[in-house]
Design a protein around this ligand. Structure first.
Ligand SMILES: NC(=O)c1ccc[n+]([C@@H]2O[C@H](COP(=O)([O-])OP(=O)(O)OC[C@H]3O[C@@H](n4cnc5c(N)ncnc54)[C@H](OP(=O)(O)O)[C@@H]3O)[C@@H](O)[C@H]2O)c1
Length: 238
């Protein structure tokens, strides 16, 4: 990953920040994107960068397609290209189906589904010109399996799987690879706002998730790791 330009959307999150640290140590140039600019600045100041142009912070609300376009344009203007896009922004609403408010459903669809659609759309236009690129969508196992209390979340995540597979087919002739990640529970701030009772001590760590993403990014150029599924031993979905 030395000298690769990687846009990490959701860089301040549990998975995004663990990945960002590893990418910086690997010598990548990382574009840090998330909504809250104070958290982005704090993360950037803690990274073990070798030189100032290793990090670019771009506060971005991915529910707004014009902000996503600005993020991608800024990354190209400052760093010349985009080799990798990692979509690690998202949130969880886990409640019984009849307790889900229209605002909950809007959040799931606007952020998890439409937000990552916009970033894939915008980044792939840049990657197409170079006939090369890798898009990593951090979906979660609830993009593949159902669970009680997860109707709105699953609706958004099954949707990400659907559009990712369609885009992967449309974009393979431009040398753009997609890897879809189906992690089980990861102990991150994601769970701070979830009312469901869960045992976070038994979850995967953000570092395990980040290592899996790096495994896909470091794969042989001819190889396409299409899907990676990692579950905590205590809670296996088959
Ligand atoms: N944790 C799990 O158990 C788990 C398991 C499987 C899959 N996943 C998925 O993995 C992804 C990352 O999860 P995580 O555990 O790292 O969550 P997290 O720690 O809560 O981080 C979420 C990230 O999303 C960003 N974000 C939220 N709203 C945004 C918006 N409108 N625009 C741009 N960025 C926004 C947050 O930044 P701000 O603070 O600036 O908003 C933060 O950087 C999510 O898609 C999640 O569904 C999580």
């Amino acid at each position: 990953m030395q000298d690769k330009v990687v846009v990490v959307v959701g860089a301040t999150g549990g998975i995004g920040s663990a990945l960002t640290r590893k990418l910086i140590l690997a010598g990548s140039h990382v574009v840090l994107a998330a909504k809250n600019s104070d958290r982005l600045t704090a993360l950037a100041s803690q990274l073990p960068i070798a030189n100032a142009n290793q990090v670019l912070t771009v506060p971005t609300d991915i529910t707004d397609p014009s902000q996503v376009e600005r993020l991608i344009q800024k990354a190209v203007a400052e760093l010349g290209q985009i080799d990798v896009l990692v979509n690690a922004a998202g949130a969880g609403v886990l409640k019984q189906y009849n307790k889900i408010e229209p605002t909950d459903l809007d959040l799931m669809l606007d952020l998890n589904l439409k937000g990552s659609f916009y970033t894939c759309q915008a980044a792939s236009e840049v990657m197409k010109n170079r006939k090369s690129g890798h898009i990593c969508n951090i979906i979660g196992i609830l993009g593949k399996h159902s669970m009680a209390m997860a109707s709105a979340y699953c609706a958004s995540k099954f949707g990400v799987v659907g559009f990712s597979k369609c885009m992967a087919e449309e974009l393979k002739r431009f040398g753009i690879k997609f890897t879809l990640f189906y992690f089980g529970g990861v102990d991150s701030p994601f769970w701070d706002n979830v009312s469901l009772k869960v045992d976070r001590s038994k979850m995967l760590t953000p570092e395990t998730a980040a290592d899996a993403i790096l495994f896909a990014l470091n794969a042989d150029p001819q190889a396409v790791p299409m899907e990676i599924n990692i579950q905590p031993e205590s809670h296996l979905f088959f």
